[in-house]
Design a protein around this ligand. Sequence first.
Ligand code: ADP
Length: 404
Amino acid sequence: MAEQAIVVINAGSSSVKFSAFAARGEELALRLRGLVESLFEQPHFVAYDAQGQVLEDKRWDAGTRLDHDGALAEVMDFLHRHADGARLVGVGHRVVHGGLEYARPVRVDDTVLAALDRYVSLAPLHQPHNLAAIRVLAQRAPDLPQVACFDTAFHRTNPELAQMFALPHALHDAGVRRYGFHGLSYEYIASVLPRFDARAAAGRCVVLHLGNGASMCAMASGRSVASTMGFTAVDGLPMGTRSGNLDPGVLLYLMDEQGMDVRAVEKLLYQQSGLLGVSGIASDMRTLLASDAPRAKTAIDLFVYRIGRELGSLAAALGGLDAIVFTAGVGENSAEIRERVCAVAGWLGIEVDAAANASGGPRISTESSKVSAWAIPTNEELMIARHTRWLIACETTNPKPPHR
Ligand code: ADP
């Protein structure tokens, strides 16, 4: 029988990322991955095998525009050429917003798409592109099962109070609440944590997803109880270019006194703030760590300071702390940032093991540390592939769920 393949698509505003997994018994093995980027300027397609060897690299002329339909056609053609006899059984999509309705992934049909359209206004920078990819594929391959996996779903277990803003209740009822994001990353970490630290997996843990986008999640027994991101993915920590949390009075001031309109404020908060805004140099942590400029140092200092503050807040939401886990680009790769965060969190009982941290962990705390600390790579694509496989299998059999 032909090997089964699951494809994962992450469609953004100007890029489409993909990966293909082969089903091997219980597990899924990465086979291919790649992306089409700069869709509207000078598109670039690059694809790799599981070892990271470039399989194809293609650039279009400057001025060429490739819409999402064109990008997906490139991806599907590539996958077809490299199928190696495997049979594509389903496609999983990263979809940023599942609103209140979707606490878990869902097989997409017209009714689901119509429901997901309602959340476009809650995530206008991502949701339309996520849904466009689903629609394009549905047209190209109407019989191919598609599954939507949400960044918000993992946080639907947050208690009611953790989801509330102190606004009039009618707004809460209308959906103005804290949703939380990066849920697929947290869910993946929750799924592997028992292998690393059984006590933390069954106890109180804060996961720090520190990438270009950055957030933190408090988990009790592997379930999300609070997170730093709220109504949108601009809340919480300062990020590469996003401000993180802000006194709402600043927005009133900007609009009232500085005459900024909504689009200008949006641009400021999403694209010109965070590490880039404070440093005036770069959004990329590696560039800032390598820089001698005083403002680069200030940006990093602020990043670490705010993580420390949020860690205290999330430990309070958990009523104590057993472990912290660093993940994503900065969390997985920067021993310096991990060490500095552990140092400001020393009062919580975290004692870093400098040698273990420098060599990348996974355990980066000492034997005697009251709270253990870990560096664990995340894998959102694998999480999506697991969900997709499981939901498709559900239609014929009664398989074990992909996590917990
Ligand atoms: P995204 O949110 O786009 O998926 P990533 O999780 O890939 O982002 O994280 C990107 C960030 O990780 C960038 O700021 C990058 O500089 C940082 N990063 C990657 N490797 C290192 C490293 N060795 N040291 C410090 N920062 C790193």
